[in-house]
Structure formats: C-alpha cells, structure tokens
Write a protein that binds this ligand. Structure first.
Ligand SMILES: C[S@@+](CC[C@H](N)C(=O)[O-])C[C@H]1O[C@@H](n2cnc3c(N)ncnc32)[C@H](O)[C@@H]1O
Length: 499
C-alpha cells in the first residue's frame, strides 16, 4: 500500500517509528524548504479578474518565528552531541533563523534515520547557504563514515533574473548522500559516450561487433559490452525547469524538481519493489517517479494543497478504471475521511480556517479567499469560462458552527455584491433549517444559453453530502481556477486542464 500523509512530518515520523522500531524504508529523499526567508506562492486568478493575481501561499520558508526550543529539548535526549552542536551555533551568534531551521531539520532527520532500514540510503537536497551546517547535523546523526557523496546539481541557468546578480551567478543545488550502514544498494548510473569517444571503437570483428584494443590490459573492449560513462558527483545534464520551461510535467508548484533528477536517485539507490519515502514531498515529484519505476512509496506534506496535487498528478493520464485501481492502493492519511474526522478538524485548535481550506481546496477544487474575512465576506471561489471570454464566478461560504437563515441572507448579499453567478453555502447537516432551504430556493436559477441545464443560484450543501461524493451543480465545463504559472507569468487557462 502506498501512503500519502497530510501533516507535519515530525508527527508522522514519530508515529512511523513507533510502528516500525527497526526501520522499514529503503530510500529517503527530502527537499525541505531551504531557509530562504521567502514564502512560496502559487498564482491563482483573482476574483476581480484584473491583471493582478491572488497568491495562494503554498508553504512558508521563514523560520525565525518557529519555536524550536521544544525540539532542542528533545534532541538533548535523543542525541547529546547534536544538541551540543546546535547550542554552540546558537552561542556563537549564527543567526536565530539559521539555528531555528537547523534544529527543526535535525529533529526530523533523527527520526528519518530511525525509520530507514539498516541498508537504507538518504538524500538531502539543499542549497549552499545551509548545506555546510546540514552536513554537520547529518554527520552527527548518520556517522561521519556514512557520508557518501556531496552531489552538485548544476542548474546552468545564467540567463533571466539570476544573471542580474552582482556576483558570480549562483548556479547549483547541493545534495548530501548518506547511508545508514556500510551495506547499501547502489546501481551505478551511466551516460552515453560522447561521439568523440565512440570513434575509438574503430575495429569490427568477424561478427560485425565494434571494439577497440585496450592497450593496458591487452584485450578487446567491445562497444556493446560497455555501459557508457559512469556518472560522477557533478550533474550538469539534468535540466532544471528554468532551462527547459517546456517540460511536460511542470505543475507550477514552487520549487518543484524535475522527474529526471529523481529518476537518477531512485534508480541508483533502490530496487524495484523497495519503499521510497519523501517527507517534504511538495507536488510529488519523487512519488510520481517512484510509482513509474515500480517502487512502493510514502509521501508527507504539511500542505493539503500539495497532497491534493499529488493525487491529481498520479491519476491525470489514467482512464477511470486505472484511476480507481490506483486510488485503492493509496491511503491518504491525516485528511478527514468521514464526518467524525471532519468535525475534529473543524474543532481543532488550528482554528476554523484550516477546516475552510480543506472544504474549499480539497472538497470543492476551489481557491480560498486570500483575505480571511469574518462575517460579511466570502471564504472562497471557483471560476469558469463563459462564452465571449467572460468569467463566471461561484462564490463559496463555509460555516463550521451553528447557522441560520440570517447567514444565508448575508451571503446572498455578498454574492450579489461580487456579481457571482452561483453561491455555495457549506455547513454541517444538522444545522440546515427549512427556512434556509426556502430562502435558497427563492434565489432561482443560473441559466446561460451556452450551457445546457439550469443551476440553483444558491446551493446549500452539507459536509456530509460532500463526503458522500455529492457535487455542487455547476456548468459542466473544465474548472479553470488554478492556472500553473511559470516564472511568475500567468498562463492562459487551458480548458480541460485541472491542476
Ligand atoms: C521545496 S518543497 C518540495 C518540492 C518537491 N520536491 C517537488 O518536487 O514538488 C518543500 C515542501 O515541504 C513542505 N513542508 C514544509 N514544512 C513541512 C513539514 N514540517 N512537514 C511536512 N512537509 C513540510 C512544504 O509544504 C513544501 O511542499
């Protein structure tokens, strides 16, 4: 069974460690936020449809506000030397945000080491601002002697905004490769020989096979028996998205990595049937590659948007039957699956906005209103294309507590102000009253010659109905709300393209 978890990987790692105290994962690749002090955003079309875009924050990469002292206390119990290192860094005035970041990462990497099998491998994708500190952290967790390679992924992107740097253009990422012990899987990877090198295989034997005489060993080296050039620790042949913006798999997820990078790592450090895990899996590059290369996989991300994107990514090229089979083999954990867990989320200390986000983004494929508003606003929206390039708006309001007809009336006013075509009001089933239903019926229908059928202008749908797979009634057109962006430019919506 493949598993996708929504949540902080620390919690999940601790649970997994309890279930598997001796380790169960063959390969871990992580690409955590880099302490880059910026928030990464995915661009969405904003509801006023002006040129500006609403930015959905995919994940925050600022560490200064994170309370890391709890982690530090626990690290003291788990790995005293690591604790001393982090305390020392703090004492010598390395920036607070760097120490906070390192502590947060160290705590999680300790558990990643624990859940790896004894034969397991670990790749940490980072950048030169943090890689030297992270290497010290990993040395103290894995043991210095289990450090295998520092891989330089050369990005070859000297054009564009990077070229404006008043310095050498920063052009690489760093990957630290460790194993848990001396015994580990490693399948050497090769690149084809250069045409110039191939000219050395000049001779042809009686069977038509090309070879060269190897002077040092005095024997024949056949071209069809050679594997190519063994790949070293500087990778300049793996295209980044900046170099090859046309790469088909690009989803617009900030810091998304190319599949070819993960193919190399997974092919080298695992076998078919092995378990590959990514505890910061973003839009699921490692997961998608593991699936294609017939590995089992386990992915974790703290953003439910990421978790949703992964499911879409894995199923987008499959027909209905294959999608169903694939979904049967994926367990999504940490997201409400039933009404009890939905209520738990609604009442969780994270607050009602997280429940709202789940309803809007996960259950309705909508976009949350970036301005969190109280009463009198709206929580999210979906847009659709009308004829003559006009945009249709479906406004969404989510309520986790008690509601009454007044809330419906208020929402009707907001929807009118936003010139929405349809309004969707989501709440728990037991809170829906007859009066609310009557008020919603009075609003009539949205009709447009372009779309067959008519759609209630105000729809009340309960959390229970959504969990049962019921959908809102809307023109049966492709959703165009989410538009992957490239280098900050918003692309034209592609009909039929969802995520
Ligand atoms: C650099 S991105 C990973 C991109 C990924 N390699 C890809 O190709 O899509 C880092 C991811 O870590 C997630 N993240 C941040 N903190 C996390 C945590 N504590 N637990 C799990 N995921 C986390 C973010 O939501 C983000 O999706």
């Amino acid at each position: 069974m493949n598993e996708l978890y929504y949540g902080d990987c620390l919690d999940i790692l601790q649970e997994l460690h309890k279930e598997h105290p001796n380790g169960f994962i063959d390969l871990i690749y992580i690409d955590p936020p880099f302490n880059s002090k910026r928030d990464y955003n995915i661009l969405f079309e904003s509801i006023d449809f002006s040129d500006s875009t609403a930015q959905k924050q995919a994940f925050a990469d600022t560490w200064s506000n994170i309370s890391y002292l709890d982690s530090l206390g626990q690290i003291q119990e788990l790995n005293l030397n690591l604790y001393k290192l982090l305390k020392t860094l703090d004492n010598v005035n390395i920036s607070k945000s760097a120490v906070s970041y390192l502590t947060t990462m160290a705590h999680r990497i300790i558990y990643m080491h624990k859940v790896l099998k004894d034969t397991g491998s670990f790749y940490l994708h980072c950048d030169p601002f943090m890689s030297h500190y992270l290497k010290m952290v990993c040395d103290l967790i894995f043991g210095q002697k289990h450090f295998r390679r520092e891989i330089i992924w050369s990005l070859n992107t000297s054009s564009g905004f990077k070229s404006q740097a008043q310095n050498w253009i920063r052009n690489h990422d760093t990957l630290l490769f460790y194993t848990k012990s001396e015994k580990y899987v490693f399948n050497k990877q090769h690149l084809p020989y250069t045409p110039e090198y191939l000219t050395r295989f000049k001779k042809i034997d009686e069977d038509g096979r090309r070879f060269r005489d190897d002077r040092s060993s005095g024997r024949k080296q056949y071209l069809d028996e050679t594997e190519g050039v063994a790949i070293g620790d500087v990778w300049s042949d793996v295209m980044s998205f900046q170099q090859a913006s046309t790469i088909k798999e690009y989803m617009g997820y900030p810091t998304q990595k190319p599949e070819s990078l993960l193919e190399r790592i997974i092919n080298a450090s695992s076998k078919k049937g092995d378990l590959v895990a990514d505890f910061f899996c973003g839009c699921g590059t490692s997961i998608s590659v593991a699936q294609k290369l017939k590995r089992h996989w386990l992915g974790v991300d703290i953003s439910h948007l990421a978790v949703k994107l992964i499911v879409n990514r894995l199923t987008k090229d499959l027909n209905k039957n294959r999608t169903a089979t694939l979904l049967e083999n994926i367990e999504v954990k940490g997201m409400p699956k039933d009404i009890a867990s939905a209520r738990e989320l609604a009442n969780s200390p994270k607050g009602r906005f997280s429940f709202q986000d789940w309803i809007i983004e996960v259950m309705l494929d909508g976009v949350c209103n970036p301005k969190k508003t109280g009463d009198g606003g709206y929580d999210g929206y979906i847009t659709f294309q009308k004829p003559n390039k006009e945009k249709g708006i479906i406004l969404i309001e989510v309520k986790s507590g008690k509601v009454n007809v007044k809330n419906i009336r208020e929402f009707i006013q907001v929807a009118a102000k936003q010139e929405a075509d349809i309004g969707v009001f989501v709440c728990f089933e037991e809170t829906v009253t007859k009066e609310m239903l009557r008020e919603s019926k009075l609003q009539g229908y949205f009709m447009n010659d372009h779309f067959p059928g008519s759609y209630p202008k105000l729809q009340i749908i309960s959390v229970e109905q959504l969990l049962n797979g019921e959908e809102i009634k809307m023109p049966n057109i492709a959703l165009t709300t989410f538009k992957p962006s490239l280098n900050g430019k918003v692309k034209e919506p592609e009909i039929g393209y969802l995520f």
